[in-house]
Design a protein around this ligand. Structure first.
Ligand code: DQA
Length: 145
């Protein structure tokens, strides 16, 4: 299976960015853990701080078996990213947040991305990515029947 793991704005700074909220693992550490946990999956890892580039990655994932995306702050206002995800049909999509966005500032409680994905994981830290990948693998198996 081919699974895209997309991380948006500011997530390249994981490890040093507010470790009390986001933990001490870097994005590279999280990606390594995913490869170890799912050795048979062909991962496509992407991170960008540019919204248009992220839209391109979503379109690139059109033929894949799943999209796991942490959009960072775009979560809360990017209709462009919502529309890109909505346009990719028949691919299981999961939104991931390291932190529990519901327990923080009120503006983090709203996601404009969620209507375009099947499932949302929040507050599980790096483990959330593993949960999300496990889910999309199960979904793509189910779709094949
Ligand atoms: C985040 C939560 C967002 O509100 C924030 O802007 C981020 C990271 C998370 O993983 O918890 O950049 O998506």
């Amino acid at each position: 299976a081919r699974v895209f793991v997309l991380n948006g704005v500011n997530l390249g700074a994981l490890g040093t960015r507010r470790p009390e909220v986001y933990g001490t693992l870097t994005l590279g550490d999280i990606e390594r853990r995913l490869r170890e946990r799912f050795p048979k999956v062909g991962f496509e890892f992407r991170q960008t701080d540019y919204e248009g580039e992220m839209v391109g990655f979503v379109h690139e994932a059109r033929e894949s078996d799943g999209i796991v995306i942490n959009p960072g702050a775009w979560t809360h206002y990017s209709y462009a990213l919502h529309d890109a995800l909505e346009a990719v049909e028949g691919v299981p999509k999961v939104e991931v947040h390291l932190s529990n966005v519901h327990a923080r500032e009120p503006w983090r409680r709203h996601s404009v991305i969620s209507p375009a994905v099947e499932a949302v994981v929040a507050g599980m830290g790096p483990y959330g990515y593993e949960v999300a990948v496990g889910y999309v693998l199960g979904r793509s198996e189910a779709r094949r029947g």
